[in-house]
Ligand binder design. Sequence first.
Ligand code: PRP
Length: 182
Amino acid sequence: MYVPPQLDHILIQAEQIRKRIEVLGDTITRDYTSSEAPLTCVVVLRGSILFAADLLRQLALPVRLVTIRASSYGAGTSSSGQVTVTPSEPVDFSHSPVLLIDDILDTGRTLQHLRQWAVEHHADSVKSCILLDKPSRREIPVKADYVGFTVPDAFVIGYGLDLNEEFRNLPYIGVLKPEFIP
Ligand code: PRP
């Protein structure tokens, strides 16, 4: 197994992720099984790619896939300001249920904005599925409907999460050594 030297320790093993996604997939399938319209899964690039690819294969439902970029601008950290949503193509949810899929819930700004954005684009309902929840970092009081794991306020990489665009390919989630934190 590839363990980069920047890694302090593994927080969540690949097998734990796999098992948790099976449970999430079963739960989401059960919750939407009586929906008349297909479930539109909105995948927030880039960090959610691995999570979404595994989760979607666990959904025994009619599903549509939409990808978007969500960028935060403003003073201070990258999460501190206004959120801009850029879909890969024009979006109209046509009164179907929407599931937002993201890798991490931090300050809550992105999720709050995406919920509003989905409603403005005619979502019938909006729920969210987040792989990692960092409640200690929350600035906006939002909660995800489905959460993979609740994690401490550590710099996590792997399984989609990056440091300067690297390490998204790790099959597990690890904690970065303090000396590498930007
Ligand atoms: C991360 C994550 C969420 C957002 C959460 O994206 O994927 O979209 O930050 O932060 P918030 O709760 O403070 O708003 P990031 O900007 O790191 O982009 P990436 O997925 O391309 O790495």
